[in-house]
Design a protein around this ligand. Structure first.
Ligand code: HEM
Length: 317
């Protein structure tokens, strides 16, 4: 498909009232922790560089995916809204990467250890969070809560099944992170191809049993990463997966079939932990030439929702 064939929706056109509603719903469910992100509140940042291997150049003109090495900032996080929660109690983990583009500006990829999301649209996200809130007020336990949600919102089943299968990672550097949404690569001729991204750890995936995890200190993942990077860099491969006809590009609750073509397009080297850079906002809709957003309404909505959270937390500092 040619770029001009497709109606490009622009993330900046997202609905800010709906974004405020979504962030309000999260705050109502989980409380406010002033100065912190409204989701993935606690995290640890690293200095990094990305070394592309040149294989993406045939499919995209994105400047950071050609031949030149680029600097990057990485933030690992637990999914909880509570910055004090122990790592073990926040099962899904996040990995957000901000590339510093060769010509200035940034582009980001924001991934998590779950391959699919629990909501298909911003509206159903808000409904699901509100349903969880009501169910919690009715004193439902975590399992009953999940049952309540998946009974009413069948779209969230796959995501909760994946959540149920998740085991605690042994290290932030030994987990696989899925960027979930479809994007388009645009090649130098203007041809668009649907793609998804994944970060695969060079060290392999390693998890802990619940007994092992219970013996770890609350912030074991941060402690482990600090020690690991003092000894050597942690490395992630950036995989790109090519969608085929009929693979959904607008639905983050559905994975593409396992057998889709996949190539490694470069490696990310994490060299040291750093304090969080001032004003850091990891926006999954921050793309650059050679990459376009898909028609996934959640991807486009995250642009506005993350800004809303950013404004709230920045005003509280
Ligand atoms: C309707 C959909 C979603 C909403 C409303 C939402 C909401 C939020 C908010 C408010 C933040 C804090 C932003 C900030 O203050 O900088 C956040 C962070 C984050 N979210 Fe989401 N989210 C959504 C979907 C997703 C999905 C699909 C993923 C999976 C890849 C994800 C992974 C993350 C991660 C990893 C962070 C931390 C980013 C960082 O380190 O700065 N979110 N989310």
């Amino acid at each position: 498909m040619k770029e001009s064939d497709s109606p490009d929706r622009i993330a900046a056109a997202g609905d800010s009232d709906l974004a405020a509603e979504a962030v309000d719903a999260i705050e109502d469910l989980s409380g406010v922790h002033p100065g912190y992100r409204r989701a993935h509140a606690r995290g640890i940042c690293c200095r990094a560089f990305f070394r592309p291997n040149g294989l993406a150049a045939a499919f995209t003109s994105a400047p950071h995916l050609q031949q030149q090495e680029t600097a990057a900032v990485v933030r690992f996080s637990g999914s909880s809204t509570d910055p004090a929660l122990a790592d073990l109690l926040s099962p899904a983990k996040g990995m957000a990467v901000q590339f510093c583009l060769p010509g200035g500006g940034t582009a980001s990829l924001v991934g998590a250890t779950l391959p699919v999301f629990f909501a298909r649209t911003p509206e159903s996200f808000i409904d699901i969070i509100r349903t969880a809130h009501k169910a919690r007020e009715g004193n439902l336990g975590p399992l009953e809560l999940i049952k309540e949600i998946t009974t009413h919102f069948s779209e969230s089943r796959e995501s909760f099944l994946s959540l149920n299968r998740l085991k605690p990672p042994a290290s932030y550097a030994e987990a696989r992170y899925y960027c979930i949404h479809a994007y388009y690569f645009i090649d130098p001729e203007g041809i668009r191809r649907p793609v998804k991204f994944e970060w695969a750890p060079d060290a392999g995936v390693r998890t802990l049993s619940l007994t092992e995890a219970r013996q770890q200190p609350d912030r074991y993942l941060e402690d482990e990463l600090e020690l690991r990077l003092k000894a050597e860099p942690a490395v992630f491969q950036l995989h790109v997966i090519f969608g085929e006809k009929d693979d959904p590009t607008d639905d983050p609750t559905r994975a593409w079939p396992e057998d889709r073509r996949r190539i490694e397009i470069g490696r990310l080297y994490l060299t040291e932990t750093i304090s969080e850079p001032a004003g850091l906002l990891m926006d999954p809709a921050a793309v650059t030439e050679g990459i376009a957003l898909s028609d996934d309404p959640i991807l486009q909505f995250r642009h506005t929702a993350y800004r809303e959270s950013f404004y709230r937390r920045s005003a509280e500092l």
